[in-house]
Design a protein around this ligand. Structure first.
Ligand code: CA
Length: 160
C-alpha cells in the first residue's frame, strides 16, 4: 500500500522536483554514512536551493552514494546542488553509471569545485547525459582534496 498522511507537513518535502525521476520510489539508496538530521532523502526532495535541506555525511573524508534501481533507467540529465558556507575546500566528485547490475561502472562526470566562503558557497551543476539501461548510479564525493576534515554533503540530486 502506498499512502500519504494528509495532515503530515513532511509529506511534501520528499516529493521530487517537477519532472524529475521519483528516485525514492525507483531505487534503493546505499550511502556510506549519514549524519543524524541529514538523511539521504533530503537530496531527492523538492526543497532545494540555498539553505535547502541536505544530506550530510557522519564522518569526514570520501563518501559514496549508490542508487540501485529496481528497473533499468534512461537518464538524460543530472542536476546537482551542494552548499558549503563554512569551510574553504576543493571538492572532488565523480558520477559513474553501471548497466550490468553494479558489476562494473563507467565514469560519466569527473570534476573539481572550489568552495570559498563567503564568496563561493553554492555549487549548481546541470550535466547533460545520454545514459540508457542504467541499473546503478554512483556518486563519489571527496569533500576536501587537501585532506582536511570537511564533511561531504549534497542538497539536491535530481535525475531526468
Ligand atoms: Ca534537498
Amino acid at each position: 500500500m502506498r499512502k500519504q498522511i494528509l495532515g503530515n507537513q513532511d509529506s511534501t518535502i520528499h516529493s521530487a522536483p517537477t519532472g524529475a525521476l521519483d528516485v525514492p520510489r525507483l531505487a534503493v539508496a546505499l550511502v556510506s554514512s549519514e549524519a543524524p538530521g541529514f538523511p539521504v532523502e533530503n537530496m531527492f526532495g523538492a526543497q532545494g536551493g540555498v539553505g535547502g535541506k541536505r544530506w550530510q555525511a557522519q564522518d569526514p573524508g570520501p563518501q559514496t552514494l549508490v542508487l540501485a534501481f529496481d528497473h533499468p533507467q534512461r537518464i538524460t540529465r543530472v542536476y546537482l546542488e551542494i552548499e558549503e558556507t563554512e569551510v574553504s575546500r576543493t571538492q572532488e566528485l565523480t558520477l559513474s553509471a553501471s548497466r550490468d547490475g553494479g558489476q562494473s561502472y563507467g565514469e560519466v562526470v569527473r570534476q573539481e569545485y572550489n568552495f570559498s566562503p563567503p564568496g563561493t558557497t553554492f555549487q549548481q551543476e546541470n550535466w547533460q547525459l545520454n545514459l540508457d539501461q542504467v541499473t546503478h548510479l554512483r556518486l563519489w564525493i571527496k569533500p576536501d582534496k587537501g585532506g582536511g576534515s570537511a564533511l561531504a554533503s549534497c542538497t539536491t540530486l535530481a535525475l531526468y
